[in-house]
Design a protein around this ligand. Structure first.
Ligand code: HEC
Length: 349
């Protein structure tokens, strides 16, 4: 029995030792980690596609280890074709780090072929259709006809499905699109979306879970005793404002054409969607809508600053806050696959 009891800590120690040994990074892994840590991947990719600098995929094989060492230590000694002197900063590296970097760059990376079949036009077309179908399907002419043909529930399914499909297609087109630089954002700009996104996610989550007369099919909320409650005190279009802010915050940290188009489709959806809902509610509900509009605002916090409304965070409850933060975490983690392509969303990597 005693011996059995001693076995357990022994086994645990062995396990910890095994994990420690296997977790010790190989030299190549150290090099890949350095590419990330030294900021090389904010200008270079490993997948063959061009970025602010030439791809480092296969660079050791193509140009030799000596060339690569010199390129890192004295960036202006040789200038890669199509680039000019002074574009690559001299990043301080120790002798051991330099060797690890060269080792990592000598290993062929997965996804070695540059992405093919992507185009800027595809992003523009998908982004446009994403916004257009949203507005078209919910327009005063199309929506009633489809609802009477399909029924409200099936219409909602159709609407949601097309939105998810169009968003996925736009995202996919963006992922494949070539890198076309419009401007180069400074590294600090990545703080902007990182700080703002938790708030954006709470707005969006609250927008879809609060009884609001701006949600399709929930217009009867206008006849409630108190309509403007919870997040609606901040803005009467929480989800749309969330999408607009999502886009604007990301515009700080991204300066390539495909990403700007993706951002424009988010902002476009938010702006046009808001305008569209405002018009339709006014036409249909007249004074009841005007009264609601007077005590709320489109721009977040405007009615509060105007003095027509007050903030009541307690009224929102913990659910939209927890849900929004969970959404934010998922979005942050799904960014993760891009860290390896040098598009880390974090400002401090
Ligand atoms: C601010 C952007 C930037 C950063 C950060 C940067 N580079 Fe560069 N790099 C460039 C540009 C632009 C070029 C092409 C101009 C040149 O050859 O000097 C280049 C060229 C190179 C080349 C030569 C490629 C070739 O095909 O000739 C190598 C190798 C290289 N960089 C490695 C690195 C490593 C390793 C790091 C990190 C320690 C790094 N770079 C960080 C922008 C950058």
């Amino acid at each position: 029995m005693k011996r059995g009891a001693a076995l357990l800590p022994g086994l645990l120690c062995l396990l910890v030792l095994l994990v420690a040994v296997s977790a010790r990074a190989s030299p190549v892994e150290t090099g890949v980690g350095l590419l990330q840590a030294k900021g090389c991947l904010s200008c270079h990719t490993l997948d063959g596609s061009a970025s602010a600098g030439p791809t480092l995929n296969g660079v050791v094989e193509a140009k030799g280890a000596e060339y690569v060492r010199r390129a890192i230590l004295v960036p202006n000694a040789d200038i890669a074709e199509g680039y000019s002197a002074g574009m690559m900063p001299a990043v301080p590296v120790s002798e051991a780090e330099l060797e690890a970097l060269v080792l990592a760059l000598a290993v062929p990376t997965s996804g070695a072929e540059p992405a093919e079949g992507g185009s800027i036009l595809a992003v523009a077309v998908c982004g446009f259709l994403f916004v257009f179908l949203h507005l078209f399907l919910s327009s005063g002419w199309v929506r009633p006809r489809l609802v009477s043909a399909l029924g409200e529930t099936r219409f909602q399914w159709l609407y949601t499905t097309q939105a998810i499909v169009m968003l996925s297609l736009t995202w996919y087109a963006w992922d494949l699109a070539p890198f076309v630089e419009l401007w180069r954002p400074a590294p600090w700009t990545r703080w902007v979306p990182n700080i703002g996104m938790p708030f954006v996610c709470i707005l969006i989550w609250a927008g879809y879970t609060t009884e609001s007369p701006t949600i399709a099919g929930k217009e009867e909320a206008l006849s409630n005793e108190r309509v403007a409650t919870g997040v609606l005190r901040i803005t009467r279009h929480p989800a749309n404002m969330g999408f607009i802010l999502w886009g604007l915050l990301h515009l700080f940290a991204n300066g390539d054409l495909a990403t700007v188009l993706l951002i424009l489709s988010f902002v476009g959806l938010g702006v046009l969607g808001t305008w569209h809902i405002e018009r339709r509610r006014l036409a249909r509900h007249g004074n009841a809508w005007l009264a609601y509009a007077k005590e709320t605002s489109v721009v977040p916090f405007a009615a509060i600053l105007r003095g027509d409304q007050h903030l009541a965070v307690g009224e929102m409850g913990w659910k939209p806050i927890a849900g929004g933060l969970a959404l934010w975490l998922v979005l942050l983690l799904t960014h993760h696959h891009e860290w390896f392509a040098g598009k880390s969303p974090m400002p401090f990597f």
